[in-house]
Write a protein of this length. Sequence first.
Length: 327
Amino acid sequence: MWCYHLKKSRPGLAMHGSRKQERDLPMSSNDIATRVTNPGKGHAICHNPRDRLKQFLIIGVQKAGTTTLFNLLDSIPGFCGSSVKEIGFFTKDVFYQKGESWYLEHFQKCGRGAIKFEASPAYLYYPSAPKRIYSFNRDMKFIVVLREPAARCHSAWNMFRRFNESTADQIFTQFIQHANPPEREAISKLLFAKHYPSFKQAVADDIDRYVSKSSDIEPSFVRRGLYWGQIANYLHYFKLGNFLFLEQGELNHPVTALQKVSDFLNVKIDLNSINSLPPSNIGDYLSCDAQTEGTILMLREFYKPHNEKLFSQIGVHYNWNEAGAER
């Protein structure tokens, strides 16, 4: 057991990121996730290493239903979602530099023995995340919600189109303020653009970045759908058995989806008490014109070989490459 002190108590404390920390005497394992307050020494968050085994992450993908799954699991007794759904600790440098104590603060509400989790879709896409997560907990488990990538791409483009119409303050607070410096400029250029790019242009630009092997991570409309490569980054650190893959459509049948979660985490969930939750973050879509339809068809062809690599990699086959798949 160790305690992270969040306020300076006396000289000589070691630095950990942007916070002070010190070691306390060993404490009972019954004191997991306890907040200790002492007027003379400040306060601390105490954490038992074994408690990390009672944790998993929803790591993707963007626009596939991660908010719906987060809300569903957070409503189940014994599960405890983070105070903020998308913490971004393992991808945003400004947060990661704050240290693990800052991260654990987002689970203060969780009771002893609760299964803790958060849902940050960027964790799957950003290449820095797997190593950082492994350093935090090499036994971490992951749930990945996948979606047919061409439809996902159009949904993401549409989401950012709506964000482009937001106020400057809203854009800065939600997307720019804590972004890593390399991505900050690209996101700013996209969201502050006077003329937001058409879907066709946004797709063409990102395919160019893919073909040229650009180091620019954002914008990432197309490349976020290249799932097999992102999962391969994780398999350098974690076994495939640490992952549960769900397809977005499975969330329409929550009992079946939660049975898979129950089996994966080896925990009992009272499936008789589960109620369907309404989908979250439904987009306000423009009607698809011929150009958009043509771009989606082109994308489906582009993604086909990448989808096959994914199916072989995870041992699951979806109907994405077949006629009648989600458009």
